[in-house]
Design a protein around this ligand. Sequence first.
Ligand code: ADE
Length: 227
Amino acid sequence: MRIDIISVVPDLLNSPFAHSIMKRAQAKGLLEVVVHNLRDYTPYKHAQVDDYQFGGGAGMVMMPEPLAIAIETLQKDRPYDEVIFMTPDGPTWNQKAANTLSLKQNLMIICGHYKGIDQRIRDHYITMEVSIGDYVLSGGELAAAVLVDSIGRLIPGVLNDETSALSDSFQDDLLSHPVYTRPANFRGWEVPEVLMCGDPKKVEAWRYEQALKRTEERRPDLLQHEE
Ligand code: ADE
């Protein structure tokens, strides 16, 4: 999968994909992330990319021309499955959406800044809008990093143990069960005995019960749409 990200602060995205699972995904050739500086595409003097909003009001708006040129330039090289705009007023991101996008070939992500982007870009180029939660970030970059990470780890072959993504929280609309490692007794706090019993069926049943209990306590909304 290839993901192109357009940003006015591309340096913000230097680190998130340079470590751990995202680094491995790229090293294996399963994921390619290319970050573009929007200012490289502007036709305006002084690398201008934003301007005052029509109708007045505080906050600058990202101009349509640099964005249109950037998007069209990238689209000349490959077809994109989605052109995604990161914005707090989009539908909220979730694991199901990450699963769906992990099967795509080419994604483009536009990071907003200032007061947002000119609505005409949203109307004519953007195919999908995404919010990562009900709070406002200074720009779309950190949200884009969240998106790429959550998608990238689901690309087939990225995780060593394929089943580990399947047992993540949310994969089956349940939160994860508690996990333990050595030592079995840490400062007098014992690991649940069932995990030591060696019976995979009992362990599985206990984990499911714990996942259900956690979900009921913390996120009952996740259980509501289970048939
Ligand atoms: N840009 C600013 N805030 C955001 C959010 N919550 N989600 C996605 N993009 C954003």
